[in-house]
Design a protein around this ligand. Structure first.
Ligand SMILES: C[S@@+](CC[C@H](N)C(=O)[O-])C[C@H]1O[C@@H](n2cnc3c(N)ncnc32)[C@H](O)[C@@H]1O
Length: 305
């Protein structure tokens, strides 16, 4: 991919364009991204810890993201999060990213954090690739974490949520993303897992939350279980979140023209939704191959959603 190339605007009527930047080009593009007349969105190819460190404080209204799972895949890229030997090192890596995210958020900013869970390996050392859903294929098997037994549920979402509370984040809601079309599991000693966590966290006690912008049935306040089908993305070998999961977060957490951040951009779903809703975005993705998938989606050569 050519860094610095302007990508065509994806949705007619919206003036912002998408720029692809390398880690090194971020400092020279700060004015275009965060200045008063800023009009660009950007895909930055690099390590989110290094990229965020170059950004000014208090510029994003909201962050909507889904970090890599722990110990799922090794893409042999230096700096990738998810390959830490221990679960607590993995949580520490994510806390490091989200401390930077907290700094770059406005004082009334929010973080919408979708994070998956998993099980200890139960003594298995290998599982055949899942051809239907490559995002679920495991090629890394970590040792059972200290304090857990084989077959234990890891509890990754809550471990991370508590760790973020400890570094000043306000944990405001645990939303259950219920997936009616979840993958079947060949288990006979527990129910099939059909949900993931989506946490709403805020930088401060008071924050922007447009509760009138999205209501439940009969105009009731929105509930904490969201029923949304998953949507496979054939190009991507990681879990892509569906636009319908991102849309409520963007509507509730930002106004038109605001900047939305995704430090684990993957195929760019957060950016697509942000532009569709007349917001700008910055997405950071370590793997150039995935950044290319996102770029293709913005060029309209891959389908939306
Ligand atoms: C679960 S995927 C995100 C998928 C995304 N929500 C979508 O809809 O396509 C997590 C992404 O984080 C990226 N990643 C891992 N470590 C990273 C790091 N240190 N900095 C930036 N991106 C990283 C992975 O390459 C992967 O694409």
């Amino acid at each position: 991919m050519d860094s610095g190339v302007l990508v065509q605007r994806p949705f007619p009527g919206y003036e912002a364009s998408v720029r692809v930047l390398s880690e090194e080009q971020v400092t020279t593009a700060l004015g275009e991204l965060f200045g008063e007349d800023a009009a660009y969105s950007a895909i930055v190819v690099g390590d989110s810890r290094k990229v965020l460190a170059q950004m000014p404080s208090g510029v994003f209204q909201s962050c909507v993201t889904s970090p890599p799972y722990w110990s799922l895949r090794d893409y042999s890229i230096a700096g990738q999060i998810g390959l830490e030997d221990s679960l607590s090192d993995y949580v520490d890596s994510l806390v490091e990213v989200f401390e930077q995210v907290r700094r770059v958020l406005r004082d009334d900013g929010t973080l919408w954090l979708n994070i998956g869970d998993g099980y200890t390996s139960g003594g298995r050392t290998w599982r055949a690739p899942d051809k239907k859903n490559p995002a679920r294929a495991v090629d890394v098997r970590p040792p059972t974490p200290d304090g857990l037994k084989s077959k234990d549920l890891l509890g990754v979402p809550w471990r991370l949520a508590f760790a973020l509370q400890a570094v000043r984040w306000y944990l405001r809601s645990d939303i259950v993303w219920y997936k009616p079309n979840c993958q079947p599991e060949s288990v006979k000693d527990r129910p099939t897992r059909s949900h993931e966590s989506l946490f709403l966290l805020s930088k401060n006690e008071r924050y922007l939350y447009n509760y009138e912008a999205l209501r439940g049935p009969n105009r009731r306040n929105l509930r904490t279980v969201w029923e949304i089908n998953t949507q496979p993305c054939n190009d991507a070998h990681f879990a892509v979140f569906p636009p319908s999961l991102v849309e409520p977060c963007v509507v509730l957490g930002t106004r038109q023209g605001d900047l939305v951040l995704d430090p684990f951009f993957g195929s760019g779903t957060t950016g697509l939704v942000a532009l569709k809703m007349s917001r700008r975005f910055v997405g950071i993705e370590l793997n150039p191959r995935y950044a290319e998938i996102a770029e293709r989606r913005f060029n309209g050569t891959a389908s939306y959603g």
